[in-house]
Design a protein around this ligand. Sequence first.
Ligand code: CAA
Length: 457
Amino acid sequence: WPKDVGILAMEVYFPAQYVDQTELEKYNNVEAGKYTVGLGQTHMGFCSVQEDINSLCLTVVQRLMERTQLPWDAVGRLEVGTETIIDKSKAVKTVLMELFQDSGNTDIEGIDTTNACYGGTASLFNAANWMESSYWDGRYALVVCGDIAVYPNGNARPTGGAGAVAMLIGPKAPLALEQGLRGTHMENAYDFYKPNLASEYPMVDGKLSIQCYLRALDRCYTSYRQKIQKQWKQAGIDRPFTLDDLQYMIFHTPFCKMVQKSLARLMFNDFRSSSGDTQALYQGLEAFRELKLEDTYTNKDLDKALLKASLDMFNKKTKASLYLSTHNGNMYTSSLYGCLASLLSHHSAQDLAGSRIGAFSYGSGLAASFFSFRVSQDASPGSPLDTLVNSVSDLPKRLASRKRMSPEEFTEIMNQREKFFHKVNFSPPGDTNNLFPGTWYLERVDEMHRRKYARRP
Ligand code: CAA
């Protein structure tokens, strides 16, 4: 099989407008700090009515192909992960084929994958599996994930966001997926789902969703550790895997506070499988050793003790990965990969070289995996790692160039999205100059629900 299959290049897209969470707290009449401190969110990106999931994905793929300057026929597989469904049959992937038209390349496998926020990871796994199979024809794969995360007025609304990530997958990658190391947990849960096909909004049981996320994290981490320890044993290494073996750790990020608690949760797992002589590492946790894991998800005292014990580790391993999420919000399928881009944008290639990055992907309903990337050793100028890191280094600058909208304007646009959802025979109102240059947008929906897109120069 080809060696070191993984991410060669990536591109991130987010909307050109945002609302400030401090202003949203005032507007929604909630206590100051609930969204900014309690949830850990400072800004939330959102789409106008001129954007939909197809336009987001068109933009991010076009930008990736232009930047890498790859010929369009170099792609042999294109996978899309999304839960922003505007058609129950027609895949976003088929819309993206429009971009390949001039090249004549139609021999491109892959369609859409949907299960809440997990579709991007399933697409990444599909692409890697293809590349390590007899069906691989030597070409690259593209993995595209994107979503528009919107909620009705209420306590979930500040956990929205929007964005898309495209990744070029190939062998000899600077971020290689570690072979044989995926810990997965799947079960039937109604924590967040979208049964209402006439609306963009999900049904969500917020508290249950948090417990489901944490339970899935425990299970996935346990099975990942078992698998890596087995690999180690075969290589003659006999010791437990701990967070010390991960230089960085990224998570699906519904809101940033959740991620800080999740890293703390992993530390709790390490602590529970540690022997008494490691107590110094886990100060303040001894009182919680005997609790049944299932009883710990809503234990506020444990939460506090864990956050304290894991703070240094959070600052070192995870905090930098939350930059985009803090400023843009949840991007569902693309959230984890936005975290990866943020992590890369806040470190030099030299810092990252040779490290292991742990990744936890969670999709409600539920499907979850814990896996890892091994970063290449070569960080020299012009190396694939250096090129990848440089390509995302402008993320903070790009986020700062967005337009700030008031909570009133944000609410008005949410109302417009409700009004125009599934409307036919219309052209979305709005000024395309409000989009970033080069953005694809929805130009018209005809009477047969056929969608036509154009690109802002
Ligand atoms: N200052 C500081 N902190 C404050 C505060 C203040 N003035 N007021 C409240 N807080 C804190 C609270 O103490 C709480 O923190 P802790 O949990 O650490 O105690 C935090 O702010 C949030 O407050 P509430 O729990 O009262 O918030 P809520 O119940 O109104 O809503 C929510 C929170 C349930 C997450 C809701 O926003 C929601 O349903 N969001 C969508 C679901 C979601 O994101 N689930 C996450 C897991 S599922 C998943 O990951 C898939 C996905 O992408 C959706």
